[in-house]
Design a protein around this ligand. Structure first.
Ligand SMILES: [Zn+2]
Length: 90
């Protein structure tokens, strides 16, 4: 079967997306994106990528969900007294 120009272009596009994806994985771009640790041009380039890449889009969404629901760990108010009581009874 002969490839049409459209299918050749589509294949080239998929290969470019895969190449960008491999680079994003290698450079941990999702993590850097979530930490707001990318330069403006890198951020813009990655945003264009993840709109075309379901794997990166899913990773960004999962990371944003995780960050949204994470709470800072605060020790209970009476933790110090509890530790002191344990120390005195041992
Ligand atoms: Zn990707």
């Amino acid at each position: 079967m002969r490839k049409t120009n459209y299918s050749i272009e589509a294949t080239a596009r998929e290969e470019a997306i895969q190449k960008d994806h491999d680079a994003a994985i290698r450079r941990q771009t999702v993590e850097q994106y979530l930490l707001n640790d990318l330069a403006e041009d890198e951020r813009t380039y990655f945003e264009k990528h993840y709109f075309e890449c379901t794997e990166c889009a899913d990773a960004v969404a999962a990371g944003q969900m995780f960050v949204k629901h994470i709470r800072p760990a605060t020790p209970p108010k009476d933790l110090g007294a509890g530790i002191l009581r344990l120390t005195l009874t041992v």
